[in-house]
Write a protein that binds this ligand. Structure first.
Ligand code: ATR
Length: 273
């Protein structure tokens, strides 16, 4: 009998990660023989951790906070979508080669368009944030050909720089939150880390169009501060980032195993636990 193919997620902290449970479900569902563990990498020892995992027979890995940009630099080759995102969340090992991919943006778009039945084509999209999480979403959102993508960030220059960087891919502009006054959007995606400190980005009340979807990349047992704020403003279509988490994992599983798992039962199970 051959040993299972070994994968892991590197992060710091990583003990809370749901990825091992998600990939265990995918493996059970597809009959793929894999072993997937969470691995704590020291803050100054990410590259060493990856190399020792490769040396011990690892086939691939996911990468989470705070190592996605370092993973990008470590790779010997990168997919086009990783290149656009400037970050890597999925590594595949091929001999001494480390191949980098990024499935976060694809996971977000699949959660929005398939699970939440919210097409982005021809819609007005507002993306909040100017860090790595926001950047990873821009290419995949523009691929859906929205009418407009506006990136709003506390530090306005980061949003306008991102818009400039991606301007050849579609109708994208960026600026500070005050620039949102008088505009409204069909889909508002929170990619800031404001929820972590219990904050919400300062949004004018009129920013949500009727029937708009408020989507937070963060998730929690109860409403995130952003979702709570949107609910308070009367928004009824609300979603947190648990679906994105499962979909980025499904896409990574596909990259590694060539089989697309059925993500919905896994998402349902996570919501119930
Ligand atoms: P990530 O990789 O999760 O995107 P990051 O690169 O540190 O993390 O980016 C965090 C994002 O959240 C930034 O857009 C940050 O705004 P600034 O660029 O102005 O720093 C945003 N952010 C963090 N706390 C915030 C708050 N309290 N209100 C609004 N935006 C906030």
């Amino acid at each position: 009998m051959t040993a299972p193919a070994r994968y892991c997620v590197f992060g710091n902290p990583v003990a809370h990660s749901k990825s091992p449970a998600i990939h265990a479900e995918f493996a059970r569902q597809t009959g793929e023989d894999i072993d997937y563990q969470a691995r704590l990498a020291p803050l100054d020892g990410f590259a060493d951790s990856v190399h020792s995992f490769i040396a011990s027979g690892g086939c691939g890995a996911n990468v989470t906070v705070p190592f996605k940009e370092e993973a990008f630099r470590l790779c010997s080759a990168r997919s086009a979508r990783a290149q656009l995102a400037g970050a890597v969340n999925t590594l595949s090992f091929d001999g001494t080669q480390i191949l980098g991919d990024n499935t976060d943006g694809a996971g977000l778009v699949r959660d929005l368009t398939v699970n939440l039945e919210t097409p982005l084509t021809g819609r007005r999209i507002l993306l909040l944030g100017g860090g790595g999480a926001a950047r990873g979403a821009i290419g995949p959102i523009l691929e859906q050909r929205p009418e407009q993508l506006f990136i709003a960030n506390r530090t306005a220059s980061k949003a306008s720089d991102l818009a400039t960087l991606f301007s050849s891919l579609g109708p994208v502009t960026g600026g500070g939150f005050p620039e949102l006054a008088g505009s409204c959007f069909d889909v508002v995606i929170n990619a800031t880390s404001a929820s972590l400190s219990g904050d919400i980005p300062p949004l004018p009340a009129g920013v949500f169009a009727p029937e708009a979807l408020a989507y937070d990349m963060m998730y929690g047992k109860s409403d995130t501060p952003f979702i709570a704020y949107a609910r308070q403003l009367g928004v009824t279509r609300l979603a947190d980032g648990l679906g994105m988490l499962v979909e980025q994992a499904a896409e990574a599983f596909f990259v590694w195993r060539g089989i697309r798992p059925d993500s919905l039962p896994v998402l349902d199970k996570l919501r119930r636990t």
